[in-house]
Structures are given as C-alpha cells and as structure tokens.
Write a protein that binds this ligand. Structure first.
Ligand code: WQD
Length: 338
C-alpha cells in the first residue's frame, strides 16, 4: 500500500509519516513548506531509517496536482493534512483560508477522479460548545466561530456530497480534539510561526525563556477550577489513529463516508495543564489570569467509543507524556534551531 500524505512535513503529518513507516506502508509526502521545514524529511529519516518520497507541491494549483496524480498512479490512499490552521489569522485573512483549504481538497478529489481512499483532518471545532459532554459524532454541527472552523465544516460537506455520487470514493473524517506533544525521539514536533496561539507551545516557549509569563484566558468558566477544559491528545496517538483509518479503508467494507472523534475522552483545564507540565518536567511556570479569549468555548471533550470500537484505536499516552515530550522537543529546538 502506498499512501500520499499531504502536509507530510507539518506537525501531525510528519508524525503520521513515521507511524505509517512503522506499520509497513510506502509513503509519498507532499508539502509547500508554507508552515514547515524541508529538514523535517531528514528528521523522519533519523527516526525511521527511511526518507519518504517527496514532492514540493502547491495543492491550490490544479494543473500541478493533476500532473502529480498522473505520475503517481500507484497511490492507494491519501491522508490529507495540508491546510491553513491558525484560527486568529483566518479571521484577519479569510480568503487565504477559503482558498487554501478548499482548493487543495477539491484539486485532490478532481485529480484522483473521486476514486480513492481518503482520510481527512477535521476538528472538534465543528461542535462549537456542545450541548452534552462528552460530545459524540452525532452531535449537531454549530455555526463556526471563525473562517478556519467554517472551512472544516464545509470541507466535511464537500466530502459527504461527493461521496454520495462517487461509489469509488471512500472517506474517513477524523475530528481531532487538541493535539499536543512531540515524538519521543524529540526529533520532530510542532514548529509554530511567531508567537504561539495554542496553549502547549506557548507553555514550552515560556518555560525556555523565549516568551514571558503565560496568560490563562479566563478563570470564571463554569468548570471545576474556572479555567476552560479541552481534550488534549498526544500527537503520536493521533498519528496512529490515521494508520487505523487507512487500515479500515483498506479492508474496504466501510460505508463510503464515516466520521470519528479522535481524543482521549478526558477533559483537562488550562490550570491542570500548567500543573501537569510543572510536575512532569520539574520546570516552574509563571502565569497570570487574563480575560476570556474571544471565540473560545467553555469546555469540550470527546466521546471516543466509536473510534475505539470501530477503528480499533485508543489513545494510550497520558498528560505526563504529552508535556514531557513537548518539553524535550522545545529543548532540542534550542540546541538545534530550524
Ligand atoms: C486551549 C485552551 C485557551 C493559549 C484551537 C482550534 C482547534 C485546533 C487547535 C487547529 C483554551 C487556553 C491558550 C494561552 C490560554 N486547531 N489558552 N492561554 O482553542 O482549544 O483549539 O487549536 O489546528 O480547531 O480551535 O486550543 O491550544 O489555543 O487553547 O489560557 O496562551 O488554552 O483559552 O481554553 P483551542 P488552544
């Protein structure tokens, strides 16, 4: 089986390439390096002993994607990560998000004639603030808070509607909760551009002295300690969920459009994450309490029964491993800047 990984040098993409290799798959990765670094390919080789076949490709360029598909007719499945993902930037520059996230998906479906097995990166952001927790896959999709969130909702609709008329298109949509952490080798991890907007990269950069104190966005939520609650999942567990999804598609007895939550099923507050980081690394963090961040939901965590039972996948790594691996990666970056 040969798997195309779009966004293969990105944060989740690179970890997934590693897990695909260890599960015995052939991999071809594509990326435009808009939010990643070519050196990630060498890092993958250091971990696995193998360098993935690679092509630098702009997925928004339909002709380039069509030519790529013609040259690579032995591709059996696609994991489509390549997309823009910064919530705040999407509010400032919505067209960038609609262009990148839709053109990329549509060009791939077009180039492969809607005859392919495809795993798509979606997000728990489609649920907004769920009415019941843990939230399962049948919960209603709520009006998106940002253009980024909207691209995920509409991309799911594009896939569902295309599947309805394409018997040879098989899609698994994975709705991720909050991916954090890094590979245990500390050779790959997240490479945020500028000031990190997400909690864990901000924590590690603050701890290493690259940033000032952390601001906890709100301590007056209706949660046990007042700070907002999320379902944090180790990026390596998340990567393995993609391998399980590919295996399910490979078996071929699936409905042609399926959706799964990918999380741990457990909620943790911002203050609990700060505490877990301090406990697992021995580093002391400075933080202050600030106002709530616009667009944030109070709490969300996933019902992961379906992915556990149907995908045969379960998150295995705990907060301790999430925090210590994120910290080891930050320390690696300090000595080996990209
Ligand atoms: C987590 C919690 C913050 C920073 C978003 C997207 C989601 C996915 C991941 C894409 C929240 C709090 C954060 C800080 C804080 N996107 N926080 N101080 O917002 O749950 O999810 O990123 O790839 O689709 O919606 O993640 O890490 O930004 O925040 O207190 O400096 O940490 O308010 O409660 P979020 P996050």
């Amino acid at each position: 089986m040969k798997i195309l990984v779009t966004g293969g040098t990105g944060y989740i993409g690179s970890h997934t390439v590693v897990e695909l290799f260890s599960a015995g798959y052939d991999v071809i990765a594509v990326d435009d390096f808009s939010n990643s670094d070519p050196k990630i390919l060498d890092q993958i080789e250091k971990i696995t002993g193998k360098k993935p076949a690679f092509k630098q490709l702009d997925l928004c360029n339909e002709q380039e994607v069509i030519a790529f598909a013609k040259e690579n007719q032995d591709i059996d499945g696609i994991i489509h990560f390549a997309a823009s993902k910064a919530v705040g930037e999407s509010v400032q520059n919505p067209l960038k998000y609609y262009r990148n996230n839709f053109y990329g998906l549509i060009n791939i479906l077009t180039a492969f004639n809607s005859k392919i097995k495809l795993v798509f990166s979606s997000s728990c952001t489609v649920y907004g603030q769920p009415d019941t927790l843990p939230v399962n896959e049948n919960a209603p999709v709520k009006k998106a808070e940002s253009p980024y969130g909207n691209t995920k909702q509409i991309a799911e609709e594009i896939l569902q509607e295309t599947c309805a008329v394409s018997p040879d298109l098989n899609v698994i949509v994975l709705r991720y909760f909050n991916p954090v952490g890094a590979h245990k080798s500390a050779l790959i991890g997240e490479l945020p551009i500028g000031v990190p907007q997400n909690l864990v990269p901000f924590i590690t950069q603050s701890a290493i002295g690259k940033r000032g104190p952390i601001t906890v966005f709100g301590d007056d939520y209706n949660t046990p300690d007042g700070s907002a609650v999320r379902d944090y999942i180790h990026v390596v567990d998340l990567a393995k969920a993609h391998v399980s999804a590919i295996k399910r598609l490979e078996k071929g007895d699936t409905a042609n459009y399926e959706v799964f939550n990918v999380g741990t099923g457990k909620g943790s507050s911002v203050l609990e994450i700060i505490n877990a980081f301090e406990t697992s690394t021995g580093e002391k963090l400075n933080y202050t309490i600030g106002a709530r961040r616009e667009g944030d939901v109070e709490q969300t965590y996933g019902d992961v029964k379906l992915s556990n039972e149907v995908l045969g996948w379960k998150a295995e790594l705990d907060l301790n491993e999430m925090m210590s691996s994120a910290w080891n990666w930050e320390k690696y970056l300090k000595d080996n800047p990209f």
